[in-house]
Design a protein around this ligand. Structure first.
Ligand code: NDP
Length: 302
């Protein structure tokens, strides 16, 4: 049976450490850390994600300065809000919740966030810092994957790692982080030929293709470590009772590979909770930096 890479458990441990850091440093800082989640419009899934992030903030003592703008907001109005959060001394982290309404252009808006307040680690400047191995806020999902691998002492140095997916949000920074950990990394994408041959080479496989249940036993070699980043809501059966909750699945057919692989992250409860935990880490680390305080979280800052 594969080792379960339990993100829920690790995220809870990280939250405890963050809570302790917030308690320890609040007096010297003179204020709690602050995170501003900026939401535009009424995408229902975003509403749930934002509520979860704000709940996590309150658990560990981060103040939330969320702003919710109407779907009809112009690019200038969103930009103005970002600029005022950049200038707000109480705010250490800013997160622009995606997706935005279709008439808005996310690139210039993310670029307008102060890179040192970039809680999601998606600013061009911070992706450059990652590329060059300089410290800075890291993209939360791949940083969460790295924390999960390290927590279970799964070796990366010299290992063959394959990342399926090359998005700026997940695949690209994931590949850079694995490479920084001295893995030999291959990145596969939708134009990759003979994907199965490529993924069978993997000792560590990270799947972030956004394709429900696409990876199965035919893609894997025995003993591989598999991290499933994908998350999808399965459609409810037509006879589902009212109020029934949709089941979630990942990019991996977990039940098919459990006996084959050495470690596997579950969906839900794997990478998802780690993404939120790393958002909190980025915020607390930025707060400590602004006040010249030691955060004691070096092992989480990849
Ligand atoms: P994107 O759609 O932006 O990127 C998907 C990537 O996968 C692209 O690079 C694409 O290739 C590649 N791809 C698509 N189909 C195939 C295929 N058949 N074979 C090989 N590669 C393929 O998605 P994201 O990176 O934003 O997210 C990926 C998944 O991770 C989604 O399910 C998303 O919901 C989930 N996610 C989960 C998070 C969490 O916290 N658990 C956080 C963020 C994302 P190409 O570049 O050629 O188009």
């Amino acid at each position: 049976m594969a080792l379960k890479l339990d993100g829920r458990q690790l995220a809870a441990e990280i939250e405890e450490r963050l809570q302790a850091a917030v308690e320890r440093c609040s007096k010297s800082a003179g204020r709690p850390p602050g995170l501003a989640v900026l939401r535009v419009g009424d995408d229902p899934a975003s509403g749930v994600y934002v509520a979860n992030k704000e709940k996590a903030c309150s658990r560990i003592g981060i103040a939330s300065y969320g702003a919710h703008l109407p779907a009809s907001s112009t690019q200038e109005q969103v930009l103005d809000t970002i600029n005022s959060l950049n200038a707000d001394e109480r705010v250490d982290g800013i997160l622009l919740q995606l997706p935005l309404p279709a008439h808005l252009d996310e690139g210039p808006l993310i670029a307008a966030i102060d890179p040192d307040k970039d809680a999601d680690g998606l600013h061009t400047f911070n992706l450059g810092r990652l590329l060059k191995g300089e410290l800075g806020p890291r993209s939360c999902t791949p940083a969460g994957v790295m924390a999960l691998l390290r927590r279970h002492a799964l070796p990366l140095e010299g290992r063959r790692a394959v990342v399926v997916g090359r998005s700026i949000l997940v695949g690209q920074p994931m590949a850079l982080m694995l490479q920084a950990a001295n893995a030999t990394v291959t990145v596969a994408h939708s134009r990759t030929r003979e994907l199965e041959r490529v993924t069978r080479e993997a000792e560590v496989l990270v799947v972030a293709a956004g394709r429900p249940r696409m990876i199965g036993a035919e893609h894997l070699s025995p003993g591989a470590v598999v991290v499933d980043v994908g998350i999808h809501r399965l459609p409810l059966p037509p006879d589902a009772p009212e109020g029934a909750k949709a089941k979630l699945c990942g990019d991996v057919r977990a039940e098919e590979i459990e006996e084959l692989v050495s470690a596997l992250s579950p969906v839900p409860g794997g990478v998802g909770p780690m993404t939120v935990a790393m958002l909190l880490v980025n915020t607390v680390v930025a707060w400590c930096h602004r006040h010249g305080l030691d955060h004691g979280l070096d092992d989480l800052v990849v």
